[in-house]
Design a protein around this ligand. Structure first.
Ligand code: GLV
Ligand code: GLV
Length: 332
C-alpha cells in the first residue's frame, strides 16, 4: 500500500487518484519548513506532494525517507534537484497543462498595464467617472510595440502567439543573461515572425519586457537596478514566472522615479509579502500568483501531480520527471 503526504488540499480529482492507489494524508495548509522536514524523515510516507512554497532543501533531503517529491507546479525552484538526484529521490512537476493559462495572464498584464485597467476600474467604482472625455484615462497601444520575451520555452511561445495576434513585434532572448542560438528549425511556426536578440538588446528595445525563465542561480535578480536603468523610460515589465527573478526593491525605486513606465506582476520576491511601496504605485497591476488558476488547469495539475506521485511510490518512472537520472541510477 503506497503512502502519500499531500502538504495542502489539492483539487478532489487528484486526491481521488491518490486514494485509489494508497493511503493519503492531506495537511490543511503547508507545514512550516521544520515540520515538513520531520514529516519527510518520519518513514511514514513514500511520496510527498508539495506546493511551490514548500522548501525541499538539501538538509530536508538528507534526512528524507521518501522515494519521490511530486511538485504541484511546473516550476521547481523550491526543490534542490541536484541534492534529490544524488540521493536517488525523484522529482516530478506539471508541465504543459498550464502553458496557455499562464500566457493569458502575461497578455492580461500587458494589456492591463497599457490601458491602466486598475486605475480605470477604481475611477468608476469610486464615483469619479463623470462621462466620456477626449483625454480621460489615456493609455498606450500594444500594436506595433516591441514585446521582449526573456526565455523562449512553452509559456514564452504561447505569449508570443498571443502578442503576434495583437500586432506586436516580438523579440526574444532564449536563455538570458547567457546566449544560445535558436535555429529556424527550432523556431518552427515562429520562423520569420519573431527575432532573437542578445539580452542587452532585448532590455534596451522592449516596450514590454515579459519574463519566462525558470528561477535558478543564473536568473536570480536577472532584472536588477542596472537592467532597469537600461530599459526605456516608458517600458513596462511583466513577470508571470518567479518573483526573485526581479530585484523587487529596485523595481519599486525604478517605478517611483520614472526609470521605467510600469509593471504587471503575478509573482513577488518574498510571496505573499510585497516590497515596501509597491502596492502604493499607480502604474502597476498586481495579481496574487494566479497564472495557472483556472478550474480545468488546476484539475489537470492535480491529475498530473497525482500520477507522478503514484508512479514514484511504485518505483516507476513518473510521467513528468524533472530528474529521470535519479530513477535510472537507482536501477543501475
Ligand atoms: C506556478 O507558478 C507553477 O510553477 O506551476
Ligand atoms: C514552462 O512550462 C515553460 O517551458 O515555459
Amino acid at each position: 500500500m503506497s503512502r502519500f503526504l499531500v502538504t495542502a488540499p489539492i483539487p478532489a480529482l487528484g486526491l481521488e487518484l491518490l486514494r485509489a492507489a494508497g493511503e493519503v494524508a492531506v495537511l490543511p495548509e503547508p507545514p512550516d519548513p521544520a515540520a515538513l522536514a520531520d514529516l519527510c524523515a518520519s518513514g511514514e510516507y513514500d511520496v510527498v506532494l508539495t506546493q511551490l512554497g514548500d522548501p525541499v532543501d538539501a538538509a530536508l533531503l538528507a534526512r528524507a525517507q521518501v522515494r519521490g517529491v511530486s511538485n504541484f507546479a511546473v516550476g521547481y525552484n523550491n526543490i534542490d534537484v541536484p541534492a534529490a538526484t544524488s540521493r536517488g529521490i525523484l522529482v516530478g512537476n506539471t508541465p504543459g497543462v498550464l502553458t496557455d493559462a499562464t500566457a493569458d495572464v502575461a497578455m492580461l498584464l500587458i494589456l492591463g498595464t497599457a490601458r491602466r485597467v486598475i486605475e480605470a476600474d477604481s475611477m468608476v467604482r469610486d464615483g469619479r467617472f463623470h462621462g466620456w472625455a477626449p483625454e480621460l484615462m489615456l493609455g498606450r497601444d500594444v500594436s506595433s510595440q516591441v514585446l521582449g520575451l526573456a526565455g523562449f520555452g512553452r509559456i514564452a511561445r504561447a505569449t508570443a502567439r498571443r502578442a503576434l495576434g495583437f500586432g506586436m513585434e516580438v523579440l526574444f532572448s532564449p536563455r538570458p543573461p547567457a546566449e544560445r542560438h535558436v535555429s529556424d528549425e527550432e523556431l518552427g511556426e515562429f520562423a520569420g515572425r519573431v527575432r532573437q536578440v542578445p539580452w542587452a538588446e532585448l532590455v534596451q528595445r522592449s516596450d514590454f519586457l515579459s519574463l519566462h525563465v525558470p528561477l535558478n542561480e543564473q536568473t536570480r535578480h536577472l532584472v536588477d537596478a542596472d537592467v532597469l536603468a537600461r530599459m526605456k523610460p516608458e517600458a513596462i515589465l511583466v513577470n508571470t514566472a518567479r518573483g526573485p527573478i526581479v530585484d523587487e526593491q529596485a523595481l519599486v525605486a525604478a517605478l517611483r522615479e520614472g526609470t521605467i513606465g510600469g509593471a504587471g506582476l503575478d509573482v513577488y520576491e518574498d510571496e505573499p509579502r510585497l516590497a515596501p511601496g509597491l502596492a502604493e504605485l499607480p502604474n502597476t497591476v498586481l495579481l496574487p500568483h494566479v497564472g495557472s488558476a483556472t478550474v480545468p488547469v488546476r484539475n489537470e495539475m492535480a491529475r498530473l501531480s497525482a500520477l507522478n506521485a503514484i508512479a514514484m511510490a511504485k518505483g516507476e518512472l513518473p510521467p513528468h520527471p524533472v530528474n529521470p537520472e535519479a530513477w535510472h541510477q537507482t536501477r543501475a
